[in-house]
Design a protein around this ligand. Structure first.
Ligand code: NDP
Length: 291
């Protein structure tokens, strides 16, 4: 069984991003600037934002935080996003989700300049991804693709099952796996809470990507011998420990490769945010082919 080492691959990705940052800082006169907008005091979001800031420091991206209190109005938030989108001094915008109740995330995301949309959530980038045009891609599913690529686990021609259909993970994950490019071409099934006989569908899969948010929902009886599992789930148990959506101990002897939680997809998400920020900066500054 191959234990897919997200920590190691993510460290290499960050090292590459650091080299890129050094090179573009020389070329364009300054490093990329990432605006991070955090609304409210969700404890998990606070932790994610801290990890992201730390990664920025490591690779040389300048991150600037906007901390807004939970009582921020839709209008105030939209005004800030619009300002950041128009600012020459900002190259990437990250709006940390989820937003406090009462705020409409989709309306805010649609105001992000698509060229600064380092999370790949703007409708233009979602559309571009779906029709195979160059785009900024959501960090978690894109990070999963990079992990598969690193280990030579090509999804081409394979049966892939994505469990979860959220806009930030499940749907773009399915899109990337099915994409008509050399490192796509999987036959993809998307499952969700209304799927009937999830176990039987999973048993047919060569690759399972659970993005559910239910601890150890995917058990040994649901996994075909030799399957590859990339576990996106991140669940905090009552004793404070983290676990994925897969019963790791139960399946580890039947799979051919699997990610641990923690240490699998999580570090890749953050490393991909770094490379997306570099890409966004380049894209914005590149001269169009036909001025
Ligand atoms: P959402 O809650 O938005 O989506 C969960 C999906 O799982 C939904 O589509 C839901 O179906 C489906 N689902 C729920 N219960 C079942 C079930 N019993 N059987 C089948 N499908 C089910 O979550 P996210 O997509 O935001 O995140 C998913 C997980 O990934 C979470 O654990 C999250 O913490 C983790 N995550 C990890 C990241 C990382 O970097 N490692 C980054 C982002 C997320 P329905 O649509 O019908 O409700």
């Amino acid at each position: 069984m191959l234990l897919i080492d997200g920590k190691k691959v993510a460290a290499e990705l960050r090292a590459r991003a650091k080299n890129d940052v050094d090179a573009i800082a020389r070329e364009y006169g300054r490093p990329p600037h990432l605006a991070v907008v955090l609304v409210g005091d969700d404890p998990a979001s606070q932790i994610y934002v801290r990890y992201k800031e730390k990664a920025c420091e490591e690779v040389g991206i300048v991150s600037r935080m906007w901390r807004l209190d939970a009582g921020t109005s839709q209008c105030q938030l939209e005004k800030l996003i619009t300002e950041l989108s128009g600012s020459e001094d900002i190259d990437g915008i990250l709006l940390q989700l989820p937003l406090p109740r009462g705020l409409d995330a989709n309306r805010c995301l649609a105001l992000v300049d698509p060229k600064k949309d380092v999370d790949g959530f703007h409708p233009e980038n979602v559309g571009r991804l779906s029709i195979g045009m160059p785009s900024l891609k959501p960090c978690t599913p894109y990070g999963v693709m990079k992990l598969l690529e690193y280990y030579g686990l090509s999804p081409a021609g394979k049966r892939a099952v994505v469990v979860g259909r959220s806009n930030i993970v499940g749907k773009p994950m399915a899109m990337l796996l099915a994409a008509q490019n050399p490192f796509g071409n999987a036959t993809v099934t998307i499952c969700h809470s209304r799927t009937q006989d999830l176990a039987e569908i999973c048993r047919q899969a060569d690759l399972i990507v659970p993005a559910i948010g239910k601890p150890r929902l995917i058990t040994r009886d649901m996994v075909k011998p030799g399957a590859v599992i990339v576990d996106v789930g991140m669940n905090r148990l009552p004793d404070g420990t983290l676990c994925g959506d897969v019963d790791f101990e139960g399946v580890k002897d039947v799979v051919s490769a699997i990610t641990p939680v923690p240490g699998g997809v999580g570090p890749m998400t953050i490393a991909t945010l770094m490379s997306n920020t570099v890409e966004a900066y380049r894209w914005r500054l590149e001269k169009p082919a036909c001025p």
